[in-house]
Structure formats: structure tokens, C-alpha cells
Design a protein around this ligand. Structure first.
Ligand code: FES
Length: 104
């Protein structure tokens, strides 16, 4: 079931960057792509406990800060060792300057 929550304001995320959003004991990463779209994934890397908001965004890739594992943050696809488990992604919509994500 859909459960839309407000993650942040559009202006809180720079282009080609990522921020952390915590809600209800869960942690998410909110991305703004170079071409100005918003995306959301689980916050923690699927390899070990590292938060992806501390990582580096390059085009449509997020690079984990801990062992440099890479994911496509638009699809969640793991892009090679040491990450082999895909990242969960969440639907995003922008409404009146707010970034909403469906965590349901
Ligand atoms: S914790 Fe992310 S690559 Fe190891």
C-alpha cells in the first residue's frame, strides 16, 4: 500500500548529490540527478553498514563510501564487487517544492 512521506525540500539536495532521510526507524537516501530528477533508495549499502548519503554521486551511479561499491541509484542495480545485492528503490514525486517518497 502506498505511504507517501515528505523527505525534504527540493532545494535541500544539490544537483548530482545525495542526502540522508530517516523516517520511522528506517533510513533512506534521496538523490538529485545531474539532469534534475529525484530518486530514492534504501540508505544503507547492501554490503555492510555504510550510509550511501556519505558516498559520491556520478551521473546515475552512487559509490559507497566504505569499499567503493557502486549502484545505479535509478534502478538499484548493483554494478559489481564488492556489492552483489541490488538496492531497494522507492517511487518519488515532487509536489510544491517538496520531495515525496512512497515508502509503503
Ligand atoms: S559497505 Fe558499501 S561497498 Fe562495502
Amino acid at each position: 500500500m502506498a505511504e507517501w512521506v515528505e523527505a525534504c525540500a527540493v532545494d535541500d539536495v544539490d544537483k548530482e548529490d545525495v542526502i540522508r532521510f530517516d523516517h520511522g526507524g528506517r533510513s533512506f537516501a534521496i538523490y538529485r540527478s545531474p539532469d534534475d530528477d529525484f530518486f530514492a533508495t534504501d540508505g544503507f549499502c547492501t554490503h555492510e553498514m555504510a550510509h550511501l548519503a556519505d558516498g559520491l554521486v556520478m551521473d546515475d551511479i552512487i559509490e559507497c563510501p566504505k569499499h567503493n561499491g557502486r549502484f545505479n541509484y535509478k534502478t538499484g542495480e548493483a554494478k559489481g564487487a564488492p556489492v552483489c545485492v541490488n538496492l531497494k528503490t522507492y517511487p518519488v514525486r515532487v509536489e510544491a517544492g517538496k520531495v515525496m517518497i512512497d515508502i509503503g
